[in-house]
Design a protein around this ligand. Structure first.
Ligand SMILES: Cc1ncc(COP(=O)(O)O)c(C=O)c1O
Ligand SMILES: CC(=O)OC[C@H](N)C(=O)O
Length: 338
């Protein structure tokens, strides 16, 4: 018998999928780790679990305590579900620009959701600072009652990917991996997987696929934290170097526009049936660029971080796409009666 005793033990161990179109286009094996199959629907279940286990072990998160986090949504969904299964209450602060679907999923998962206006990180009203201050106020009232996850700068995030996600990829490819590419929100996935793969096989190329509007690709390529444009993708991109991103061993970086990534995710759904979110579209575009850079015959791995259904009203909404200057495929237009 192979039975998972609880939700935490069902996080991870996701399948590695061959992405047919990307593989045929480039002559490489382009593989996507199906992170949308995690219990909370995203790769951030891993981050949530890694941070929670670390905090429990250090005595920072006590029985029946309150988890407080600042999140674009996915980390919060993971924390709320793992919190429910382990006896914690969860309070989530997130910018009001994130998808309706993620806010609903958080509420369904039992989290107390507090939406705040989206402002730059340097503003004290940024959701991460508000979350931290709220946690401190709970601990002033009742010492030790609350714990701030701090996913961006708590390197237990990166460490968890180093010992789980990366090991799974290594074993699933039997070490025959030539390149790994993904986008960065906290940077935990890229840094954790990148470090573990480099330690096992130094010639592996690690690449960052960054959405336009984020400063990270420019930082890697020119040392400057500057950004141009914007993106409809959520949960990725950054204007600063987080503690998790800091030690990522990155060899190549690209800034990827929505006009390149969104058509790829539409095509993946229409021709291969995988419904992935905007960050995964950026990852897929990065995987194709990396495969072209390395040349035919290589094995490239990326992550499919969450599902497109989490962004239905944006990614599969013809008027919204047109407004953003993103091509609407014929089949999608017809699905909506046009
Ligand atoms: C949909 C989605 N993709 C990718 C990421 C990026 O992962 P990481 O925080 O490990 O950089 C996140 C969150 O950060 C996310 O919510
Ligand atoms: C904006 C950002 O990087 O968010 C981090 C993470 N994707 C989350 O779900 O919270």
């Amino acid at each position: 018998m192979s039975i998972k005793p609880d939700l935490s033990s069902a996080v991870g161990h996701t399948p590695l999928l061959r992405l047919r179109h990307a593989s045929e286009l480039t002559g490489c094996e382009v593989l996507g780790k199906a992170e949308f199959l995690n219990p909370g629907g995203s790769i951030k279940d891993r981050t949530a679990l890694g941070l929670i286990l670390d905090a429990e072990q250090k005595g920072l998160l006590r029985p029946a305590g309150t988890i407080v986090e600042g999140t674009a949504g996915n980390t919060g969904i993971g924390m709320a579900l793992i919190g429910a299964s382990r006896g914690y209450r969860t309070v989530i602060f997130m910018p009001d620009t994130q998808s309706r679907e993620k806010i609903d999923a958080l509420r369904v998962a039992g989290a107390e959701v507090r939406l705040v206006p989206a402002v730059p990180f340097k503003d004290p009203k940024h959701y991460v600072h508000i979350a931290r201050a709220y946690c401190e106020s709970l601990n002033e009232q009742a010492p030790g009652s609350a714990w701030f996850g701090n996913q961006f700068d708590n390197t237990a995030n990166r460490d968890w990917h180093e010992t789980t996600t990366a090991v799974e990829i290594w074993e699933q490819t039997e070490g025959r991996i030539d390149g790994f590419v993904c986008s960065a929100g906290t940077g935990g996935t890229l840094a954790g997987v990148g470090r573990a793969l480099k330690a096992r096989k130094p010639v592996v190329t690690i690449a960052l696929s960054d959405p336009t509007g984020s400063a990270l690709a420019n930082y890697i390529n020119c040392g400057e934290l500057v950004a141009e444009g914007g993106s409809i993708s959520e949960g990725i991109g950054s204007s600063r170097i987080t503690a998790n991103f800091q030690d990522a061993p990155i060899n190549m970086a690209w800034s990827i526009p929505d006009q390149e990534s969104v058509p790829l995710l539409h095509q993946l759904l229409h021709e291969e049936g995988w419904c992935i979110g905007g960050s995964s579209g950026v990852n897929l575009a990065g995987a194709i660029r990396l495969a072209k850079a390395l040349g035919p015959g290589h094995t490239i791995v990326t992550v499919l971080a969450d599902a497109g259904t989490r962004y239905q009203a944006k990614l599969f909404n013809p008027p919204f796409l047109r407004e953003k200057g993103i091509p609407v495929p014929e089949w999608l237009q017809q699905s909506f009666g046009g």
